[in-house]
Design a protein around this ligand. Structure first.
Ligand code: PXL
Length: 272
């Protein structure tokens, strides 16, 4: 059986981040990609120029349609656009057994802003994410901006990441995986997995490239793919770290600004 993973995420017309990054990652990790689109962004490397949110019942309908017919081995969230969509997603996930007690692994990537700094939801969305999705998450995968929004903790070095992980864990997720990509003064890029008791460091090199669009999404979707393939959490986290380090290493220029990370590195040489 081919495992399947569901992304509940927004579309990036530039194809760098969002559901496009997730589907590419799923493909190269050997997992069939299922999609519930939450919003369509009008986007290129210069920014998010406009967007249209999908009606909440259509978001829930997509989750229900694939879950009841095709089966979901793991799911993840990306851009969720509004408090209304978040509430509907939480309810649809409960019906589909996605999330902590339903047992289907649920990766909540608390995407708050595009890499250009455009907010991808508002204050009400942040509260809904914290109250409705964090308690349902098998694993929460924030970057350091999202850590600050969710906990008020400003991470300036590796030691603060432990404090942040503990603070986030009290909000309900089973695991927290803090991404260190934004700690640009650190010569290494050590992410941190925390299960409420023990910390697991996920070491990686800090790769010198300006092209990092979609890195966070690709890490969370590789983690989702690993879980869909039946890996235990620490193994899936190490797999995701390995996947995204190579994706950043092979990132390519495209457009006038920051280019995308690459999922191509796992394909045959002639297609890279
Ligand atoms: O990288 C986070 C992200 C997620 N989803 C969409 C995005 C972005 C960042 O630009 O555009 C649709």
């Amino acid at each position: 059986m081919v495992p399947s993973a569901l992304t509940i995420a927004g579309s990036d017309s530039g194809g760098a981040a969002g559901l496009q990054a997730d589907l590419r990652t799923f493909l190269t990790c050997g997992v069939h990609g299922l999609v519930a689109v939450t919003a369509v962004t009008v986007q290129n490397t210069l920014g998010v120029h406009d967007r249209a949110d999908i009606p909440p019942h259509i978001v829930a309908g997509q989750i229900e349609a694939v879950a009841t017919d095709m089966g979901v081995n793991a799911a993840k969230t990306g851009m969720l656009a509004s408090a209304e969509i978040i509430k509907t997603v939480a309810e649809a996930c409960d019906r589909a057994n996605i999330g902590r007690d339903g047992m289907i692994p649920f990766v909540v990537d608390p995407v708050a802003a595009s890499m250009h700094g455009h907010p991808l939801f508002d204050e009400a969305g942040l509260a809904a994410l914290r109250d409705l999705l964090l308690p349902r998450a098998t694993v929460l995968t924030p970057n350091l901006d999202e850590v600050r929004l969710l906990t008020g903790v400003t991470v300036t070095g590796r030691a603060d990441m432990h404090e942040a992980a503990v603070a986030l864990h009290t909000l309900g997720p089973r695991y927290v995986l803090v991404k260190s990509g934004h700690l640009t003064d650190d010569p290494d890029c050590v992410d941190l997995l925390y299960d409420g008791k023990t910390f697991l460091e996920l070491p990686g090199p800090r790769i010198a490239t300006p092209h990092t669009h979609g890195a966070g999404d690709s890490m969370a979707s590789a983690l989702t793919a690993g879980l869909a393939r039946g890996m235990a959490m620490p193994e899936a986290a190490e797999f995701a770290k390995w996947f995204v380090s190579n994706a950043v290493k092979n990132a390519y220029p495209m457009g006038k600004n920051v280019g995308p990370v690459s999922a191509f590195w796992r394909l045959a040489p002639e297609t890279r």
